[in-house]
Design a protein around this ligand. Structure first.
Ligand code: DGY
Length: 332
């Protein structure tokens, strides 16, 4: 489909772009200088109605995961809208079929988010295993009064075994970084990787087979109707006792009741979580209170160069689209 025809018919020299959130300065500077851009003044999350109204006469939307565009909203977008750019690799907030049906091109930010997200995955794994939440809380509460051989003894990461659920770009890069800690890598993925891409990782044909073999479990599969809620009570029971769970994908891959119970019982020794059901306002309070949870607020891709490159990737893709060229980061 790409490059066969230019559905855009963007006749203006300066395309009109509605940007829903505050972006990094280099991205906003480029938008201001090269486009007729409506930038967010206050970074509030625009409602669907606001977006539909503000999109009147606009050629493209540049949105984030905070602005879900379902089929109904996409149907209500003005005719002028020919492209949606999302500052994310995740696409679950967009109804791609609805966009495709309306001839609206969708572009995302694959690849660029991989390294920073894996940095956070490693940080979560180390932080959860080595009880950093408890250590930091103790220090900030000024309660550290003695060094003792028994204080905050955690789980060794070096030489451990990591099961990775979802061996796409992020899963494979996590495997590479974890090998730096001499970890053994096991994985489950919809399909087995090639010998080269496996790079020594062992393939498990089902998630049920992978879980008992995963003292560390990292969730890096995308959020889809098949993966949502996969880590439920039955599957947690399959994990080794004292397992450590890390999630940098989306909160909805986890059944919160089940994980919270397991964190309380010690079945799961610790979790490192960057993404949550109900984020940001309705994160389960138990996660905030449990000392064996290491938390970050969905900052997987929040690294300076990567975040700026995400904006550039979208605008570069938009330029290719306008020129009728193939767009590498086009989704539909
Ligand atoms: C992504 O790229 O999907 C991140 O979660 C940020 O939106």
């Amino acid at each position: 489909m790409q490059g066969q025809r230019n559905e855009l018919e963007l006749m203006t020299d300066k395309a009109r772009i509605l940007v829903t959130r505050r972006l990094l300065q280099p991205n906003e500077d480029r938008l201001k200088s090269s486009y007729d851009a409506t930038l967010s003044a206050d970074d509030h999350i625009m409602s669907a109605d606001e977006i539909v109204d503000a999109a009147e006469g606009v050629d493209a939307l540049l949105i984030c995961v905070t602005e879900p565009l379902n089929a109904d909203v996409i149907a209500r977008l003005p005719e002028s809208v020919k492209a949606i750019m999302t500052l994310s690799v995740g696409l679950e907030h967009l109804d791609l079929e609805a966009a495709q049906a309306r001839g609206i091109a969708v572009m995302s930010t694959p690849d660029i988010v991989t390294d920073p997200t894996v940095e956070i995955a490693m940080c979560l794994m180390l932080g959860a295993a080595r009880r950093v939440t408890e250590g930091a809380a103790m220090m900030r509460a000024r309660k550290w009064d003695s060094w003792t051989p028994r204080m905050l003894v955690g789980t060794d990461v070096t030489g451990g075994t990591l099961g990775i659920y979802g061996m796409g770009r992020i899963g494979r890069t996590l495997a590479k970084r974890a090998r730096g800690f001499d970890m053994t890598i096991r994985y489950h993925n919809r399909s087995r990787l090639s010998f080269e891409l496996e790079a020594g990782a062992s393939y498990y044909t089902s998630i049920e087979a992978l879980l008992p073999a995963s003292p560390f479990l990292a969730i890096t599969a995308p959020s889809t109707s098949e993966t949502q809620g996969f880590l439920n009570a039955e599957r947690i029971a399959l994990l080794p006792d004292g397992a450590i769970v890390v999630n940098t994908s989306r909160g909805n891959l986890i059944d919160d009741d089940a994980l919270i119970d397991a964190l309380k019982s010690g079945k799961v020794a610790a979790a490192g979580l960057d993404v949550f059901n109900g984020e940001p306002a309705n994160v389960r309070p138990e996660y905030l209170d449990l000392p064996n949870v290491f938390l970050t607020p969905h900052i997987g891709s929040a690294a300076m160069n990567a975040r700026a490159a995400m904006g550039d990737m979208l605008l570069d893709g938009f330029e290719l689209l306008r020129a009728g060229e193939p767009v590498p980061n086009r989704v539909v």
